[in-house]
Ligand binder design. Structure first.
Ligand SMILES: Nc1ncnc2c1ncn2[C@@H]1O[C@H](COP(=O)(O)OP(=O)(O)OP(=O)(O)O)[C@@H](O)[C@H]1O
Ligand SMILES: [Mg+2]
Length: 344
């Protein structure tokens, strides 16, 4: 049964489907000797490979994701194309002019932690479909010839379950094919990409790619993708909405830790980074004595500073500002000033 034959029933939106387990009474499968390639394919090998991909109910709704209007409108249009497929392609005859219309490929690109994975799950939730999430590590194999089989199996897993197929870190999978092939490993990369193209051409359903590096995509893949949607870093309004989600009412906090203030100190951070900021700051607060166990500006500022220093150390950010380069506020504590001047 294909993607378009499944009924548009609502899928449960909480809790992951249990991963396929080996039968309880079975002893653990014998491992092949370390240096040996696996035994040649048996008839069930392809089925085993398909079963390795986790089919899960989506954990998020599109409404949960803080997005700029442009991205929300684009995603809404792509979802509508799937929801109205029958009308568009059968009743209105678009199948005659767009024979590839049964494949809807979407590319979500943007910096790390901006909500791309949430969007992929949100799209699946809107379509009432489970999701098969495939990472590069799941496809890659040290054995020559294994990666293409894993790619075929990923598509087959989505087909069998009528699921949305989601390739995370897609730039590693859809990268440019190599022109100067010098080693068998290079040849393997090109074979995998050709197999990916072929599978994409044959696939009838929704496939989503997510990447931080869309510029690395091979042009052949870019052409096959219907919608490229940028999921950018949040602006100040977006950060305020994120801050509202990230400061739940049950989290004890000082009166001056407001959503506006959190948004203002999070300039340049993604939603994922803001999440880490709050979790780190709350962890600082919880270690204090009971009467001081509440989130303060100091906790969040210290965490933000440590965060920016760490990003600088790994070469992805400018150094955190020195105290004399930024406007000091009256309520800024001496401890934070001290920390700021020693880090930079
Ligand atoms: N736009 C957003 N709206 C709501 N929450 C967000 C958003 N962006 C990030 N978050 C928070 O950060 C977490 C990480 O987001 P997510 O995994 O979707 O980012 P990503 O873009 O897929 O990151 P990566 O590129 O590293 O894979 C989410 O679980 C959520 O808590
Ligand atoms: Mg992700």
């Amino acid at each position: 049964m294909g993607f378009w034959d499944h009924r548009m029933d609502r899928a449960p939106t909480s809790g992951r489907a249990p991963a396929a387990q080996p039968p309880a009474a079975q002893p653990p499968a014998a491992q092949p000797p370390a240096a040996q390639p696996p035994a040649p394919d048996r008839a069930s090998d392809a089925d085993d490979r398909v079963a390795r991909f986790d089919v899960a109910p989506p954990r998020y709704r599109l409404a949960d994701v803080v997005l700029p209007d442009s991205a929300r409108v684009q995603l809404g249009a792509l979802v509508a194309k799937v929801e109205h497929h029958r009308t568009l392609y059968e009743a209105w005859g678009l199948a005659s002019i767009d024979p590839c219309g049964r494949r809807v490929a979407i590319n979500l690109y943007g910096p790390p932690g901006t909500g791309k994975t949430m969007c992929a799950e949100g799209i699946a939730e809107r379509l009432s479909r489970p999701i098969v999430t495939v990472s590069y590590a799941e496809l890659e194999s040290k054995y020559v010839g294994e990666t293409p089989k894993n790619i075929v199996a990923a598509f087959e897993a989505a087909r069998r379950h009528g699921a949305v197929l989601f390739f995370d870190e897609a730039d590693s999978i859809l990268g440019r094919r190599l022109t100067a092939v010098t080693q068998s490993a290079d040849h393997g990369v090109n074979v995998s990409r050709s197999v990916m193209l072929l599978q994409l051409d044959r696939f009838e359903g929704v496939v989503i790619f997510a990447t931080n590096l869309a510029k690395n995509y091979d042009g052949a893949f870019v052409r096959r993708i219907l919608g490229h949607v940028e999921i950018p870093l949040p602006d100040v309004a977006g950060r305020e909405r994120l801050a509202t989600r990230l400061l739940p009412p049950s989290l004890p906090r000082a009166h001056d830790v407001t959503t506006e203030w959190l948004a203002s100190i999070s300039d340049g951070l993604s939603g994922g980074e803001m999440l880490h900021l709050v979790v780190g700051a709350a962890t600082r607060a919880v270690q204090r004595s009971a009467d001081a166990q509440r989130l303060t500006r100091d906790d969040l500022e210290a965490e933000a500073l440590a965060f920016r220093a760490a990003r600088h150390a790994v070469g992805i950010d400018a150094p955190p500002p020195r105290i004399d380069e930024r406007e000091a506020t009256d309520d800024e504590s001496a401890a934070v000033r001290e920390r700021r001047s020693t880090v930079s």
